[in-house]
Design a protein around this ligand. Structure first.
Ligand SMILES: Nc1ncnc2c1ncn2[C@@H]1O[C@H](COP(=O)(O)OP(=O)(O)OP(=O)(O)O)[C@@H](O)[C@H]1O
Length: 288
């Protein structure tokens, strides 16, 4: 499904929360949405899914206007940050209820997904006995149960421990494929870098930059410290790699092919890396 957005604007009283001229979401891609608190990310997601309908401009799904043809919305799954499920009731009740609201509940599909998400044994427990990560998985299950083509996740990793973040990322990476489109917001830019091919940067309701991560991801800066910085500087100087000396080591601008050539030379010169990190590609974007 292709989603096109034109002149989308939404205000809450005198606050203009969203003002996007043009944006296209193509099928089979993973998109990220980055923006500070209050930038308009949740409002954008709510407009996309008809939770908010009093916006001006248009959102079109494959030629369909969701405000008039609501059936198209059954192809969208959304996971908002507020985890609004019925916590006194069982997970199974919630799945039945929300899938029923969308017109169709398939018990076999629910159990299959629950099994995949590690929730099968807990299906009949009240949701209030679930850990936060389990509750997030339940909301994801509800979003996926109607065979969504487009999955929208608002801050899905917020509040999760590292192990759960990794689990969700792996699951979503597997899910995003030719027929599936993922749109995901996060404050943690590196979470988006490993998942998305395009990132929309939103500021005060406006789309200020679109970053194609497939083209920039390979040319990443790395911060490296070694046990012999003088020798490492000589080694770098003998290569095509550009670098800057920092207080704690080096910031080097290197692609993966150059890295594969350089790395063995470190071993040959007995230089040990003491610390290394990749600088966020998104952090390097200058917004005009
Ligand atoms: N129901 C509402 N009534 C009034 N103002 C609102 C409402 N919802 C959002 N806003 C305002 O609209 C703007 C955009 O909010 P929104 O929640 O979309 O941002 P966000 O990027 O999702 O923020 P966060 O990262 O903090 O969740 C903010 O100025 C916010 O205060």
């Amino acid at each position: 499904m292709t989603i096109t957005v034109k002149n989308l604007s939404k205000s809450y009283g005198s606050i203009k929360a969203l003002d996007i001229d043009q944006l296209t979401i193509a099928p089979g891609h993973a998109y990220g949405l980055v923006g500070a608190n209050g930038a308009g990310k949740t409002t954008f997601f709510k407009c996309l899914t008809n939770i908010i309908t009093d916006y001006s401009g248009e959102i079109i799904f494959d030629g369909h206007n969701p405000r008039k043809e609501t059936a198209i919305l059954t192809k969208m799954g959304i996971v908002l940050d507020d985890l609004s499920v019925y916590k006194d009731y069982s997970a199974r009740f919630n799945i039945q209820y929300f899938a029923g609201l969308r017109g169709h509940y398939d018990a076999v599909a629910a159990e299959k997904l629950a099994d995949e998400l590690g929730l099968l044994a807990a299906l009949d427990r009240p949701v209030k006995t679930f850990s936060y990560g389990m509750q997030k998985k339940l909301v994801l299950l509800i979003a996926l149960i109607n065979s969504a083509e487009v999955l929208i996740l608002d801050e899905p990793f917020r509040g999760l421990d590292q192990k759960s973040v990794k689990w969700f990322q792996d699951y979503l990476r597997e899910w995003a494929s030719a027929e599936h489109t993922l749109i995901i917001s996060s404050h943690v830019q590196t979470d988006l870098e490993s998942l998305c091919d395009t990132v929309f940067m939103i500021d005060q309701g406006r789309l200020v930059k679109t970053v194609d991560l497939t083209s920039v991801n390979d040319q990443a800066f790395r911060l490296i410290s070694t046990d012999n910085d003088a020798l490492f500087a000589d080694l770098l100087a003998s290569t095509e790699v550009s670098f800057d000396k920092t207080a704690t080591g080096f910031k080097i601008d290197i692609n993966s092919e150059q890295w594969q050539t350089l790395y063995p030379q470190l071993g040959e010169h007995a230089i040990a890396i003491t610390a290394m990190s990749k600088v966020s590609v998104l952090d390097q974007q200058e917004v005009n």
